[in-house]
Design a protein around this ligand. Sequence first.
Ligand SMILES: Nc1ncnc2c1ncn2[C@@H]1O[C@H](COP(=O)(O)OP(=O)(O)OP(=O)(O)O)[C@@H](O)[C@H]1O
Length: 657
Amino acid sequence: MSTEDETPFDAYREHVDRPLWRLFREYGPGRLSWFSIGMVANFLARMASLVPPLVLGAAIDAVFVGEGDYSLPVVPNAWLPTESLEQFWFSIAAIAGAFVAVALFTWIYGVSANLFAHSVMHAVRVDCFRKMQNLDMTFFDDKQTGEVMAVLNNDTQNLERFLDNALMNSARLLVMVGGIAGVLFYLNWQLAAVTLVAVPVMFAFTLWFMRVIEPRYVRQRSSVGWLNTRLENSLSGMDLTKTTASEEYEVSRVRKASKRLFDDTMAVLKLSYVYRPGMELLAGLAFAATFLVGGLWLTNGAAPGPFTGTLSVGDFVIFLFLTQRIVAPLAEVSNIVDQYENAKASSERVFGLRDIPVYVSDPVDPEPLEDVAGRVEYDDVTFSYATGEQRAIGGSEASGDGGLEAGNGGDGDGEADAEIVVEDVSFTAEPGDTVALVGPTGAGKSTVLKLLLRLYDVDDGEIRVDGHDVRDVHLADLRESIGYVSQETFLFDGTIADNIRYGHFDASDEAVREAAKAAQAHEFIEDLPDGYETRVGERGVKLSGGQRQRIAIARTVLQDPEILILDEATSAVDTKTELLIQQSIDRLTEGRTTLAIAHRLSTIREADVILVLEGGRVVERGDHEELLAADGRYATLWEAQAGTLDEALEAMADGGD
Ligand SMILES: Nc1ncnc2c1ncn2[C@@H]1O[C@H](COP(=O)(O)OP(=O)(O)OP(=O)(O)O)[C@@H](O)[C@H]1O
């Protein structure tokens, strides 16, 4: 059950079962050969790296000191040369060969491990993005886009790091520590015991380090999040900051957040700078102890203290070399564990996102919606926005295939107390009709129209297009037949032509121009530096609200839908632009079923039906003349707009939300 400040995103994340295992199960097949090649090459590279010290030790004893056999672990003596000179050349060749093998296998390992990790990362990223594209509008209402960005950027990166780094490093750790320990015990178990006593101490030291650094990491991560939120918030509120001259206030808020991150980062660094040198010190002590015992053994010519047996110079050299080699892989333990923990949390987030159920989706067996005439019927439509928390709570009681079921689908517990925004709304628009919605702010006008597009699904009642329930047809067919010109016109980064073409990507240049002409946009577009090829959006020229709206109208003209939804702009434009927009809208609505939200009543005088909405209910209906004659809400609003401001304010207050 989720707590108050958790998003539904968290709720799904918490229900992900064995996330890393699922990652392998879903993304492993088809890539396992890269993974296996990487593992094997890594193993061989590490094994080959043990060869030079072993050969050197054997060569010192047999060739230089002239004592003992020329023998190597694992290799049968019959395969080795018996003559001193041959042994010398054999050693040189073996050492050089080992270095070549290390380089070659490291290269193979690097390429294949990275291919594996990056291709998983790529697939995860695309899958998450596709999932996000298909999520319900309610998800975006909860403003969780920042979370999704984090999944697409940080989490995929964490997975990649785990897959090529941590996994391969743990293999290296096992090979090196296991291999070295094996060799040392094989050569001289007593001296090996002296050397390897450091290993458990190093492990214990690492565990201690991980335990004490973890809370510092947590604090640091939360400071990063805090600083990001601050920065994001400050940037999006730039208008307010500037107009209230609060720049210094914002700087001081960011300074505080940045200082907190600085302090927390230093706390982490101070401790992590103890770890590496600490590990090296322990390895150094092991080295010194090995050197002391081995040195005494050789100089005395007999085993010191409790030790027994003999030690050759060559074996001693091997000990000295290999003791050094054990530190680096051991020092990786804390990184490996860290990367493992991060990857676990990241794959929980990835699958948390993937498990969020989508309610507004294509029906299993869609009815065809062809040659749309444009008849729109609302039949007792009732709807409420379920909040994220309500959806999560509703969902935690239901089950699904690894996911949760919840939402505003009508039977989730969570929505029992959600506020009803649209209640028992019924009306019919015959093909070609114009239905206008008016009413005070927050009355539910936009919501009524969004339900037609299936941005949300109704809780009760039915919305039909040409007699088909909108939930029974293909989403794409439905949305293709409806044009939506909203208050906010978003332009994607790209050219003007790209933006007009958006949704109908193969429209010809000619069609784009014709649409722009119909939207009264052609002239101003021609005046731009590169005409239709002028870049707009974040990195291009900035257009005025009126210009943006005409581009949106051109886009809708190109779409040529049978049904139109107009959410009239409230932003003020000059009279000439308003006239231009009005003309282009009039042309657009000709012969199409139009559902319009109007704030200026003058624009809807000609509507076939005007619905007055208040608190989600239709409180009056009729055409302009009928409503004036009825002398109700509409008449008051009309007089207010034509008359005094006082009356307008009164009317709004009466109808309040
Ligand atoms: N995405 C949403 N999630 C939750 N509640 C919402 C959402 N959008 C709107 N609401 C709420 O639903 C109610 C109706 O909003 P809606 O935007 O439909 O009104 P409106 O009549 O179009 O208002 P306006 O004239 O100001 O655009 C409001 O109380 C609003 O707070």
